[in-house]
Design a protein around this ligand. Sequence first.
Ligand SMILES: C[S@@+](CC[C@H](N)C(=O)[O-])C[C@H]1O[C@@H](n2cnc3c(N)ncnc32)[C@H](O)[C@@H]1O
Ligand SMILES: [Zn+2]
Length: 225
Amino acid sequence: MHSVSLGETPSTFRLQKVSIAGALLLAALYMPRIPMAAADPFRSLYNATKRHRSQHGCLAYTFEDGPNLVALVQKLRPNRVLELGTALGYTACIFSTGRPTTKVDTVERDPEHVRLARENVASVGLTERVKVIEGDFNQVLPKLPAAGYDVAFFDGYAPSMDIIDTLRTKLSGEGTLICGNLGLVSDSAESRRLSKELADKSRWLTEWALEGGATAVAKKVNGQQ
Ligand SMILES: C[S@@+](CC[C@H](N)C(=O)[O-])C[C@H]1O[C@@H](n2cnc3c(N)ncnc32)[C@H](O)[C@@H]1O
Ligand SMILES: [Zn+2]
């Protein structure tokens, strides 16, 4: 942090103030941009998921940056969203806020989570727009349409290159991938492959980050599969 010593002349102080301002401007220009956080209309589902996890003893860790996800979704305004990892439906409901007509397909293999998610989705009046699909990602994904989604969100446990490659095929030409839990990838070679893939500017434009950088947001470029 900058501090001004008594020995500084006004001109060196001004110069340092200018360079601090310059550094802040550069940071604002080049750091991943995050849309301004919006109010989270589904905070009650966030709280319900936390309570559930402590009782069920499962790994349904809920997304920790809801207000910024709401802001991102309202900026992207997707028509169709695919989510892997429903838990109790918290983030699936957030995705429905993109447009009054946004449709969300969300995949979950734990039958208790599926039951509670369907209950929660119904309680907020979203049954027609948020479809909870029961099954393992690997079994459900082949049945979902190619290029059928404007946003694909991975929020299962650790992501893998295979799942990211598959999600890419599910995204429309300029669709956006949101990939959570990057810090959970324990295999260092796989972690390097994922970082390299998401940094490949011929395939992805990484504009934002959520959860303090733990969740990447990358727009598909060139429409290549
Ligand atoms: C981190 S939680 C999802 C949190 C949720 N998106 C939220 O923010 O509230 C991960 C969920 O993915 C589910 N899951 C993990 N691996 C899966 C797989 N291979 N197929 C289907 N569901 C899976 C787990 O049962 C768990 O409910
Ligand atoms: Zn659980």
